[in-house]
Design a protein around this ligand. Structure first.
Ligand code: SF4
Length: 372
């Protein structure tokens, strides 16, 4: 307890191999027919046991901790600080790939504050990583705003559908690109066969409140137009709502709005704020304790249930939710940033509870209310 469930970052300063790049990790020497990324061999022993780098490999890393943390064929990046980060792992509870750091929103609680540089190369490496990983299941695509590169994103989808045909993508987007009907039609042609789902945030049914939270004037109009286009073309959408001091009381109205205005909504996700990125600096003006909007939460879930919107609660420790809504909560926090504080020991709900973000430690932490 008190540690992240799955470490994903490893220091390579002492290692012979630490070149910047995207790599596929191997735990044994294998014959590789198709190779989308350079291969790196991970050796369990910390002592150098090989006289040279095996043929076909970019390098060898001797690390017991890394060897034990990964599966054969996992994907990793090495950065300029000689840190290796495992970005796709068969050991992970969820896998998410970042395909750009650019965005046309500036959300007050953005977990990945956007950058302005062109970074299409991330999309290319993401496509190659997905082909190399060849995962039979769902992988999240995030940014930034993944759809910001328009036709390049369509080419990314086409590559994935050919070279990683078993992989289903769940794509987080602000939905504004769907206000372009031609672009949305291009996506819809691929969405059914690729089983795409788009997660789109709608933070209020009042335009100025949504625009204030996403830091972009006119965003609400584009997102709503986009969601109408996408829904009408049969693109599956998960609508996301983050309750804050600014919008928590709007939840029941937002749910009503979603049920009346959009088609093809497969889930309504209500998400507790994560103390990372810009959310930290804006925490005092944004973070709203569940106790302070319990009625709005109950009502929102009830309307969503009646409307067939499949309400789901993300990132809430169960002991901070009223008992009636706990069945809607899922274990949603990725294992590399998930932990359970000491107070959780012996809690009756430990098995079913999603625990805390590791970033909530310190001043953002709300004490667990152990249930025994
Ligand atoms: S005390 Fe129990 S319910 Fe609360 S966060 Fe820990 S495991 Fe979850």
């Amino acid at each position: 307890m008190d540690e992240v469930l799955r470490p994903d970052m490893f220091e390579l300063k002492e290692c012979d191999f630490n070149q910047i790049g995207f790599y596929q990790l191997r735990k044994s020497i294998v014959d590789i027919d198709e190779c989308y990324l350079e291969q790196v061999l991970i050796v369990e022993s910390n002592d150098r046991t090989l006289s040279s780098v095996p043929k076909g490999y970019a390098g060898v890393i001797y690390s017991k901790a890394l060897f034990l943390a990964i599966c054969e064929g996992d994907i990793a990046t090495i950065n300029s600080l000689s840190q290796l980060r495992v970005i796709l792992s068969r050991n992970a509870n969820h896998n998410t790939l970042l395909v750009t750091e650019r965005c046309n929103n500036l959300c007050l609680f953005c977990s990945q504050p956007p950058k302005k540089d062109q970074d299409q190369w991330l999309l290319t490496y993401a496509a190659q990583s997905l082909a190399a990983f060849d995962f039979d299941g769902e992988i999240g695509i995030s940014g930034g705003e993944p759809l910001i590169y328009g036709s390049d994103f369509i080419r990314f989808l086409d590559f994935v559908s050919v070279y990683a045909p078993r992989t289903r993508l769940h794509i987080l987007t602000n939905g504004r690109s769907f206000s372009d009907l031609c672009f949305t039609k291009q996506i819809s042609l691929r969405s059914e066969t690729m089983k795409l789902v788009f997660g789109i945030p709608l933070y209020s049914s009042r335009a100025h409140v949504h625009d204030e939270l996403v830091g972009a004037s006119g965003a609400f109009a584009e997102t709503v137009t986009g969601m109408i286009n996408a829904g009408n073309l049969g693109i599956n959408m998960e609508v996301r709502f983050i309750p804050t001091k600014v919008n928590a009381d709007d939840l029941p109205l937002v749910v009503e709005y979603i049920s009346r205005v959009f088609s093809s909504v497969v889930q309504l996700s209500i998400m507790n704020l994560e103390a990372t990125g810009w959310a930290k600096k804006n925490w005092a003006i944004l973070y709203h304790y569940v106790d302070d909007y319990i009625e709005s939460l109950r009502q929102g879930i009830s309307v969503a249930e009646e409307s067939g919107l499949n309400p789901t609660l993300f990132n809430f420790p169960l002991c901070h939710l009223p008992e009636q809504v706990r069945p809607y909560a899922v274990k949603s926090i990725s294992d590399w940033k998930n932990y359970y504080p000491k107070e959780c020991e012996q809690c009756q709900l430990l098995e079913s509870c999603g625990g805390y973000f590791v970033s909530s430690r310190g001043k953002y932490h709300q004490n667990a209310r152990r249930i025994i």
